[in-house]
Design a protein around this ligand. Structure first.
Ligand code: SR1
Ligand code: MG
Length: 422
């Protein structure tokens, strides 16, 4: 293969049929393989290829944003960043991401392990199905990647080389800079929201000048706080689950950013699921039980993050930051623990800011989420979206004062009963 060409279900077997990565796993003759395009994300083609002996996923970048069309070109090199991020995530948290079987840079394609019988976490949540261990697995994933991709752990030359490598993921960062941190806060062209029901609350948010200041502080952190390799787009559509297993997919937005970014975006998604779920589960008791599980998951995600990060701080702190020579080697353990505690507080503050902003952009911006979008009755959807918008605002504005995840969980409960969000 030479020049890039998008695959189709009809051409895939002929084009990839001689690759070891395909023949080893699929078995039989490539002419008998079943190929389905199943991509439901905003950007790429995703094929399931099934043979007599097994199946694989083939993911290929398109030269434009799939959600919008070819009027919005997007470079193919995002597959390269996804490939490099997947390799690092597999090293830093073994078993957390699908195994890569083959990468072709020119064709912008990755052949990878098919996770089966996993489904997208978002679908699982809309169906009101719990996932045992979700908070623990993803909290650990976030902590291991945050710590092991940073100057706390990496050899400085390697970290700087990685920083340079991922700094070229310009166009995907640009999407986040605009769609997440800017567009929701003014009447931008690609925005949409449930109108006229949300007109009042949207006007209120966009006139909140202090909110816009705080959001831009968070955008500055996104662009300037190059602490670690972030997944870059960690939401309920980037996690695949069974009833008791969770794996992370899709790190094409990978970039060097703040340690609180991934976990913050994810918790913002959990909070929106919490608000939306009453439209999806008719039975009140079942709905309340599911909401409690979402709150437990939020708590467990952050608690596990702290536990794992603290463990790595004490056992793997080999990078240039907070060196042992200054602390443990001097017997200054208290100072080391204090530095850890202060760093975790800073990460938590960032987490809250990013979570709140994610809750705004998924309701006001271009890319919405199925938890709300599948509520057809707009009069039912709008009050739930309103709760999330106000909750997001409270998170951003109060992030320096909210100490502890239990405060956030308590706020979520209050937002349900209409007793306020602050
Ligand atoms: C134009 S891309 C819109 C969104 O889809 C991706 O999944 C990211 O979340 C991005 O912001
Ligand atoms: Mg994605």
């Amino acid at each position: 293969m030479s020049d890039y060409k998008a695959l189709t279900p009809e051409t895939l077997s002929a084009r990839l049929g001689t690759l070891d990565a395909m023949t080893n796993l699929l078995g039989g003759s490539s002419t008998d393989w079943q190929v389905r395009e199943v991509g439901d994300g905003n950007l790429n083609l995703v094929f399931i290829v099934e043979g007599t002996a097994g199946s694989v996923i083939v993911k290929q970048a398109l030269p434009y944003v799939r959600l919008v069309g070819d009027s919005w070109p997007l470079p193919l090199k995002r597959a390269y960043f996804e490939y490099h991020a997947l390799i690092r995530q597999a090293e830093r948290d073994p078993g957390s991401v699908p195994e890569i079987l083959h990468f072709d840079e020119t064709q912008a394609l990755i052949i990878m392990e098919r996770l089966q019988p996993h489904i997208i976490l978002r679908q699982q949540m809309i169906a009101g199905r719990k996932v045992a261990g979700l908070g623990e697995t993803i909290g650990r994933f976030c902590a291991r990647n945050a710590f092991r991709g940073s100057d706390l752990s990496m050899e400085t030359a390697k970290k700087k080389a990685d920083l340079a490598l991922f700094s070229d993921n310009v166009e995907l960062c640009d999407i986040t800079e605009n769609l997440v941190f800017t567009d929701p806060y003014f009447d931008a062209e690609m925005n949409r929201y449930t109108t006229p029901q949300l007109d009042g609350v949207v006007a209120e948010l966009r006139h909140d000048q202090m909110l816009k200041v705080e959001v831009q502080h968070m955008k500055r952190a996104f662009s300037a706080k190059a602490e670690t390799l972030c997944h870059g787009d960690l939401h309920a559509g980037s996690i695949m689950v069974t009833d008791d297993e969770s794996r992370v997919i899709d790190p094409e937005f990978a970039f060097y950013g703040p340690m609180g970014f991934d976990i913050g975006m994810l918790i913002g998604n959990y909070l929106m699921a919490y608000h939306a779920i009453s439209a999806h589960i008719a039975d009140d008791a079942a709905c309340a039980s599911y909401q409690e599980w979402v709150l437990e998951t939020i708590d467990e995600t952050w608690t596990t993050f702290c536990d794992e990060f603290s463990k790595l701080w004490r056992t793997e702190r080999t990078g240039i930051l907070y060196p042992h020579t200054l602390y443990e080697d001097q017997g200054h353990l208290m100072a080391s623990e204090l530095a850890l505690e202060q760093l975790l507080s800073e990460i938590f503050e960032d987490l809250l800011g990013f979570a709140g902003i994610e809750m705004h952009r998924r309701i006001l911006g271009l890319a919405h989420i199925a938890e709300f979008e599948t509520i057809e009755d707009e009069d039912k959807r709008a009050p739930l979206e309103t709760r999330s918008l106000k909750f997001g605002q409270a998170l951003v504005m109060n992030r320096k004062r909210l100490h502890g995840i239990d405060r956030v969980v308590a706020m979520a409960r209050q937002s349900q009963t209409g007793t306020g969000t602050s």
